[in-house]
Design a protein around this ligand. Structure first.
Ligand code: 16G
Length: 167
């Protein structure tokens, strides 16, 4: 897959060839300085996450092997992270001690939207989840993004409700 070129509305893209001056790779400890938290703030409230806080959270995630897979797209000229997706792999007892994947924090920089970068990131996370053996992948999204996520095989699940409690 990493070399296979898929059709993205005429443009040929793949993780190995995400586009001119773009590279796809795992999140790094140094990505605070490449604007990762700034990018996340285009999705949700990030709050006061300093470099120290970022690095400490990065380190604690790294101590959970095979759990947090954050994939980013870096603009290699600007040295900025312009897109990201996180696959979180949860270990279960059910389904014969299965793995369940959650797709989280999908964001494309506002200046880079409409270039199929989100689609490439989602395809990559979905294929990674399958490759790791997840029996299902799920995500939460706004009404306006339901159609976007449908193209990757996600569906709203009648009878299964997404419930939430906020603190
Ligand atoms: C969206 C995100 C989710 C993120 C949440 C933050 C995707 C597919 N979903 O639901 O990962 O955690 O927004 O929203 O990227 P909140 O600030 O309201 O919790």
């Amino acid at each position: 897959f990493t070399n296979a070129l898929s059709d993205y509305g005429g443009a040929k893209m793949s993780p190995a060839h995400p586009g001119e001056n773009l590279t796809m790779r795992s999140l790094r400890r140094g990505d605070f300085d490449r604007g990762y938290t700034e990018l996340l703030s285009q999705l949700a409230v990030v709050g006061n996450v300093t470099r120290e806080v970022f690095q400490s959270r990065f380190d604690s995630m790294a101590r959970c092997p095979n759990t947090y897979f954050t994939i980013v797209l870096e603009d290699t000229v600007a040295k900025k992270v312009v897109g990201a997706v996180t696959l979180v792999v949860e270990q279960k007892f059910i389904h014969t001690a299965a793995l369940r994947g959650r797709v989280e924090d999908v964001v494309t920089h506002r200046d880079r939207r409409g270039q199929n970068l989100g689609k490439l990131l989602l395809d990559t996370a979905t294929i990674l989840g399958r490759h790791l053996g997840c029996y299902k992948l799920s995500l939460e999204c706004k009404d306006s993004l339901v159609a976007f996520y449908r193209q990757f095989g996600y569906q709203t699940d009648a009878g299964n409700n997404y419930m939430i409690q906020r603190f």
